[in-house]
Design a protein around this ligand. Structure first.
Ligand SMILES: CC(=O)SCCNC(=O)CCNC(=O)[C@H](O)C(C)(C)COP(=O)(O)OP(=O)(O)OC[C@H]1O[C@@H](n2cnc3c(N)ncnc32)[C@H](O)[C@@H]1OP(=O)(O)O
Length: 389
């Protein structure tokens, strides 16, 4: 060994690059994780190996897991346990290690008896590119999907920031599953929870009137199936389901990221457009918070989101009150930081936030089918930087 062989850098691997995930059907589709810190720690590094590759493969139907860790050299002392750390996030005694033929044999046997959840759990179906996809709702404890959830939940850790495993024994957790109905492949899933919503003593005294906020916790479309409209369909299926459920007062989302926010904005706006809400908006003057409150309940959209949607509609319909409506809300929201500023500085800060927000709204509206074709300038705005207010 030369001196260079003892330098820590050559024994240090990025866990995001080393981990290769595959979904296997007739062929294998390989992709990389976005986050590995829940598995390998905050630095997302694995020490003690050269040329480290960690193969984590799943059968695309049963999700039977397979792990094979390969490297050209490993330090005898002080190296991380690349395999053990990954196994601790996968269901115990379920993973096939190294023996690929055994793994293929196992999942092929499982496939023979593998079933989708029962028809009672079916809440929606749609056809995309000639194939039928179905959304099923099950409790996390449901025996029909419990095993699948234990296997697939690592995708939440690897693709959703700050995700952690949900309590597998708490039946209040529900999962909305998206499957390709023809080949039984799981396309994605959303974990959800209903939180009790106190709506006053009258309802409180009658258990049959107890209300809930439905919260989307983890929402994922598996990487090979993204960008085809499945996320939009799954979100719409969840929302339609809760609109019909009288016990649900509103739909909330836990810690959405930018991509999810985009999808949610587009779908919420489209739904309001299709229910002719745009025509019901007050034509003149500011849209009052009382009006917003009385209308948002009907659509089960949470307050901040509904305010933003109302503003997007005002912009889209060229309401002369759009600017004032946005600035009023931003002023109230940022009151503590704005109040101590000199007036000119305050106006400038509000104007800058308004311009950024309006650009963002244009970008979102341009992606929706709201009865007019997107213009060339909409397309240019589509690349605008995203700022959430
Ligand atoms: C609450 C939370 O969990 S927040 C975390 C959200 N989850 C994640 O970030 C995990 C990783 N990412 C994902 O799971 C997915 O990418 C999601 C959930 C964010 C989006 O799901 P997708 O199925 O990719 O969404 P969908 O396909 O409906 O829309 C995404 C894009 O595809 C476009 N699209 C929709 N249908 C089609 C189609 N038929 N052909 C081509 N493009 C399409 C949409 O216009 C959209 O475009 P954009 O990227 O410019 O906004």
């Amino acid at each position: 060994m030369s001196i260079a062989d003892f330098q820590p850098a050559i024994w240090t691997n990025s866990s995001n690059s080393a981990l290769k995930i595959s979904l296997v059907s007739d062929n294998a589709i390989q992709f990389s994780p976005v986050f590995t810190y829940p598995v390998y720690g905050d630095s997302e590094q694995i020490f003690g190996y050269q040329d480290l590759v960690i193969h984590l493969a799943f059968d695309s139907i049963t999700f039977k897991p397979f792990v094979n860790v390969k490297y050209s050299a490993r330090l005898d002392e002080g190296s991380d346990d690349a395999e053990g750390k990954l196994l601790s996030c996968l269901p115990k005694d379920d993973v096939v290690l190294k023996d690929e033929a055994k793994w293929v044999d196992c999942f092929q046997k499982e496939r023979e008896t593998y079933k989708l959840p029962s028809q009672d759990c079916l809440i929606d179906e749609y056809v995309l590119d000639g194939e039928t996809f179905a959304v099923y709702q099950t409790k996390v404890t449901d025996p029909s999907t419990e095993k699948l959830h234990r296997r697939i939940q690592i995708f939440s850790l690897l693709f959703i920031e700050a995700a952690s495993y949900i309590d597998q024994d708490d039946p209040n957790w529900e999962i909305f599953w998206l499957f390709n109905k023809e080949n039984k492949q799981c396309i994605g899933y959303a974990t959800t929870y209903k939180l009790w919503h106190y709506t006053g003593s009258a309802d409180f005294d009658k258990p049959e009137n107890i209300k809930y906020r439905a919260r989307i916790s983890q929402f994922i479309i598996l990487p090979p199936y993204q960008g085809k409209g499945h996320g939009s369909h799954l979100y719409e299926a969840l929302f339609s389901h809760w609109i019909k459920d009288a016990s649900v007062t509103e739909v909330t989302v836990e810690d959405p990221n930018e991509n999810f926010d985009d999808l949610r904005d587009r779908k919420d706006l489209q739904r309001l457009y299709e229910s002719h809400f745009f025509n019901q908006m007050p034509k003149d003057g500011e849209v009052s918070q009382e009006w917003i409150e009385s209308n948002r309940a009907k659509y089960k959209i949470e307050k901040r989101q509904f305010n933003r949607l109302v503003e997007m509609i005002m912009m889209h319909t060229n309401s002369p009150q759009f600017r004032l409506q946005v600035k009023r809300r931003l002023y109230v929201k940022n009151y503590d930081s704005l109040i101590d500023m000199p007036e000119a500085e305050r106006k400038d800060a509000l104007q800058k936030s308004f311009v950024l927000l309006a650009e963002d709204y244009k970008r979102i509206v341009a992606k929706c089918r709201l009865g007019k074709r997107p213009t060339e300038s909409d397309d240019q705005n589509a690349g605008a930087k995203k700022v959430k207010c």
